[in-house]
Design a protein around this ligand. Structure first.
Ligand code: SF4
Length: 277
């Protein structure tokens, strides 16, 4: 008989962002780690297509995806940050609405977190600084790239979330990582959500202009209203970018890849490594 305490159970967790890479990783790990806990951090500002896709994914996994809601919503945090919109330089939304709920959910448990960075990507996923959370990168370790991800989803028969028809990144409807043409997509597909994004922007612009003479917009260099006024120009540029991307693409590559490469001409920043997986 020994006095050793029983080994603490290690939890295996995998965050679904609503995008194709994390969904594909969930399928990939389904039979490899049967006690995997899948979770989704709901910012309260997700696209309807994302919720619909989560249901499809749950059916394919045969398991629920735990929805984690932050205690405080986007509006609360916006007040805490003195009415500023989040931006690539000040990503308070990711920190408070995506990372905090995860860290609270796992508490002090020993955790292995499976992160869906692909083998062909040169970016770091979120790696918690909490010592009890260890990140692993199965796609990177197993050499699975973009076409591998597509194949896994095809074989599982769940396809892609519908928003990929007009936008290539998962996350909030107002995400500031959207490219100009994607904002037009939001206006066309979800005019109510676009109007809500405009309302946030107008409130912030009014408040900050009055206080400091500064201007804040969701997208660089112009307000959403100004962006819509430039619709024709943006659509023409996008059409030309799509033609160039189609010419560059290898034969038989999916339309999504062409769209993604065309949008990258506008802005090829890798997006958020927590929300866009
Ligand atoms: S999707 Fe965009 S706006 Fe939403 S939490 Fe992530 S970075 Fe912020």
């Amino acid at each position: 008989m020994t006095n050793d305490a029983p080994a603490k159970k290690v939890r295996h967790v995998l965050g679904i962002s609503g995008g194709k890479d994390s969904s594909s990783l969930a399928i990939y790990m389904r039979d490899r780690v049967p006690d995997m806990e899948y979770f989704f951090c709901d910012t309260g500002a997700e696209l309807p297509e994302t919720y619909e896709y989560l249901n499809r994914l749950e059916a394919a996994l045969g398991k629920s995806i735990v929805r984690l809601n932050a205690d405080r919503d986007f509006d609360h945090w916006m007040e805490v940050y003195q009415g500023t919109l989040p931006s690539p330089q000040m990503r308070w939304c990711t920190k408070n609405l995506k990372l905090k709920p995860l860290e609270e959910w796992v508490g002090e448990d020993e955790v292995i977190s499976y992160v869906a960075i692909r083998a062909d990507e040169n970016r770091l996923g979120y790696v918690s600084t909490k010592p009890n959370i260890k990140a692993v990168f199965p796609f990177r370790e197993d050499g699975i790239d973009r076409s591998g991800v597509d194949r896994i989803l095809d074989e599982a028969g769940i396809g892609l979330p519908d928003y990929y028809e007009w936008r290539t990144r998962s996350g909030c409807y107002f995400c500031f990582f959207q490219r100009k043409h994607e904002w037009l997509g939001l206006k066309d597909r979800h005019p109510d959500l676009f109007d809500k994004a405009v309302a946030y922007e107008e409130k912030v612009r009014y408040r900050h202009k009055a206080m400091q003479g500064r201007d804040y917009t969701w997208t660089q260099g112009e307000s959403l209203t100004e962006l819509v006024e430039r619709r024709e120009e943006i659509e023409e540029r996008h059409k030309a970018a799509m033609e160039r991307a189609a010419k560059r693409a290898k034969p038989n590559r999916p339309l999504l890849e062409v769209l993604s490469n065309a949008l990258d001409e506008d802005d090829d920043e890798a997006g958020c490594s927590v929300c866009h997986l």
